[in-house]
Design a protein around this ligand. Sequence first.
Ligand code: PRX
Length: 583
Amino acid sequence: MEYEIIRKSRVDESDVKPNLPDYEKMRSEFSWDSVRRELDGFENGWLNMAHESIDRHANSALKDKPALLWEGKGGEEESYTFSELKALSNKFANALCGMGIKKGDRAFIFLDRIPELYVSLFGILKIGAIAGPLFSAFGNDAVKDRMFDSGAKVIITNPKLKKVVDNIKGDLPELKHTIVINKNNRDDFKPGDGETCYYSVMENASEEFDIVKTDEEDLSIMHYTSGTTGKPKGATHAHRAIIGQYATAKYILDFKQDDIYWCTADPGWVTGTSYGMFGPWSNGITQVIFEGGFTAKNWYGVIEKYKATIWYTAPTAIRMLMKAGDAIIKNYDMSSLREIYSVGEPLNPEAVVWSNKVFGMPFHDTWWQTETGCMMIANYPSMDVKPGSMGKPFPGINAGIIDDDGKDVEDGVEGNLAIKPGWPSMFKTYWKNEDLYNSRFKNGWYITGDRAKRDVDGRYTFIGRADDVIISSGHLIGPFEVESVLIEHPAVAEAAAIGKPDKIATEIVKAFVALKDGYEMSEKLNREIAQFARKKLSAFARPREIEFVDSLPKTRSGKIMRRLLKARELGLPEGDTSTLEDD
Ligand code: PRX
């Protein structure tokens, strides 16, 4: 179905002038060097993401401007200015130095969205260590795999999540320190061996700290991301990432100094760091951090209460809001909103049309990845929105659609979405996996792993993944991770996981399981395996459906043919089955 283009008001008619008023003009004039000059790094001769995000403003007229407006799960409220965040992250940097943590060490954060998470992360960056934020929803194995692979020396957590750390620390020889943030009960924590109370070290630490003079190529932050095979990979970024994050936040999120910005993403996900920390704060913007969970009431309540002007969220949440109905919106004042954005999964054209109806503005889709570090393709406030399109490449980004040999395909033809390397936020490596990193480049392109097409007007449309990676509620899930957990169950002989289309979550994880001899298929066993997987995997990666099968279709070389299982599940043609092993 064709959707009508949503006409945005002309730039000269609108009250707020967009930072990017003319896309073509900006594209022809854009230079990353001039962006660099807007940051301090160019003059300093060193670049540090914490300096650009926090200290730069704390040393300027913005020092008393609120950077972080926090609302806790229980309705608690806290507010921090740029200078307060500078002082606190300095203290934390001193505390880490006191524990012997040095430049290049990996320091992981396993917390809910509390202000101390942000303080810790900037403290880590200030000493030149590499920050690894983890979702608080992660189970034992998810945390263990990431901590083990990265060789993290320190983990910052809370008393509840520390139980996970206690379960796995025997398997983590390089972990030396557990810093515990007992926010709600500060006097009630007795540190055990290798444990440190956050508030005690912070109390004794100085507010003065000289940021380690990191080079722009020094590593800064790592996010584990899933591929088709193997365990999750640590996509690791350098301090130069801030250049791309600053520029895209300025020109796509279109920040103005009095904006109140709300990014709903958790920092366990790259959106929650690139645009939940670095993008807005390097622009000196006030942002709301909401620790609570999703309900339509909660979310509309946050926008009304904080008078949010810019809102960045994801399609699964948007679909849940659509499901909650239009009537509820009338109970809230949404008039503060100026621009709204989405990322992480395909954004249905219906959702764009819906938002235009109920909020009076369309969601602007943006496309990027953990590896790209910042937005690559986007819809801009000054541009008309074509529902279903991800928009156009950011000025300074060269995107292309290429065939499997690396050659350009014509407009309108499906191919591999690729980006010309060299943009500042491009990831620097997959941790200890240089071969895999190199395999992502071909014929002078970075191959994204997505299939897409470009329309004649230069807009890009997402088609799907080129691999078996499952996208559920915006999270990438490697089928192999799910399968590895399932086969740990004593009854499971082999398992395969696929993404099954879902109206709300884009896809849900469906698993096919063949049992070992001596085990009977039953409802009870099905539930037991589901529970087993739930304990080990994060909430979004757990299989929501498990189907027992006698055996799994495999290639002659023994690879599970997930593509075939998916085609059968969806009633689609089975395609080429020539490599299928004989029964
Ligand atoms: O498949 C694309 C999908 O999410 C993948 C990247 O996931 P991740 O590294 O977790 O980063 C997500 C947040 C930036 C992409 O390869 N994806 C991301 N944005 C879109 C999308 N799919 C369709 N439309 C989008 N706008």
